[in-house]
Design a binder for this molecule. Structure first.
Ligand code: ADE
Length: 262
């Protein structure tokens, strides 16, 4: 996969040399290129922004500079996605990460100030590029760089061959089960007066699996009730339903196939 990141602070992206993403680059799984937006400015001051039409605080990034940059880094090949990180975007989830992991090219356009002139996204959409305006959460950062790092890491670890043991992707939080992951433990078996739940030492695989699923259900009900409300009742067994009833969730009497609070 090819990934291009355009920013006025290219050094911000230097952490992409490290860790899993860095290794993927060394191994040739990821062709990652970071660019300085100012390389596409045409004036002496290397200007990338200007005052907003209609008035208001702050500065807006100019579409002409962004257009030159994106035109140059977009690979003509089909399958390119343009990603514009913005707090006003759709919220980025594991589903976005999964679908972006099979793209040929991702181009991240990191805005600063009050954002990028809205015509940039419109122009590339009209030109047939898949454009995603994505937020990494309900808070405001100073620019798209950190948000791009988050999304690149979430996508890169899903590229085939990236994670040493692909089994570790199966049961994790936000996976197919729609639940948060169960708590995990390792050695030593006793630490700070805290013991490992006995069932995990029993070697009884069915019991361990049941215990883990119960903990995942409890944790999700407590921390992410929105995820419990989204579970299809059809995906739950008798035991799940009994535990969820104890936690205050019952199948919706309106029979929409989902759960509701009792
Ligand atoms: N830029 C500023 N805040 C952001 C956010 N929450 N997500 C994505 N990009 C951003």
């Amino acid at each position: 996969m090819r990934v291009d990141v355009v920013s006025i602070f290219p050094d911000y992206l230097s952490v992409l040399d490290l860790s899993l993403v860095g290794k993927a680059r060394q191994r040739g799984l990821l062709d990652l290129r970071v660019h300085d937006l100012r390389d596409w400015t045409t004036d002496r001051h290397r200007t990338v922004d200007d005052t907003p039409f209609g008035g208001g605080a702050g500065m807006v990034m100019r579409p002409d500079v962004w257009g030159l940059a994106i035109d140059e880094v977009l690979d003509g090949a089909a399958g390119a996605h343009l990603i514009v990180p913005t707090p006003s975007g759709e919220v980025f989830t594991q589903r976005h990460a999964e679908s972006l992991a099979s793209a040929d090219q991702l181009v991240f356009a990191c805005g600063r100030y009050e954002g990028i002139d809205a015509r940039v996204a419109e122009h590339y959409r009209d030109a047939g590029v898949t454009v995603h305006e994505l937020s990494i959460g309900d808070y405001v950062l100073n620019g798209g760089e950190v948000a791009s790092l988050v999304m690149i890491e979430a996508v890169a670890r899903l590229i085939p061959g990236m994670v040493g043991n692909p089994d570790s992707l199966v049961e994790e939080s936000h996976g197919a089960a729609g639940l948060l992951e169960y708590p995990v433990y390792t050695k030593p078996p006793s630490w700070a007066d805290l013991e490992i739940p006995e069932v995990l030492l029993s070697g009884h695989h069915a019991k361990i699996e049941r215990w883990r699923r119960d903990r995942a259900l409890e944790r999700t009900a407590q921390r992410r009730p929105d995820m419990i409300a989204a579970l299809p009742v059809a995906s739950l067994d008798k035991h799940d339903l009994a535990l969820l009833a104890e936690l205050g969730w019952v199948p919706d009497p309106g029979d929409d196939g989902k759960l509701t609070r009792a």
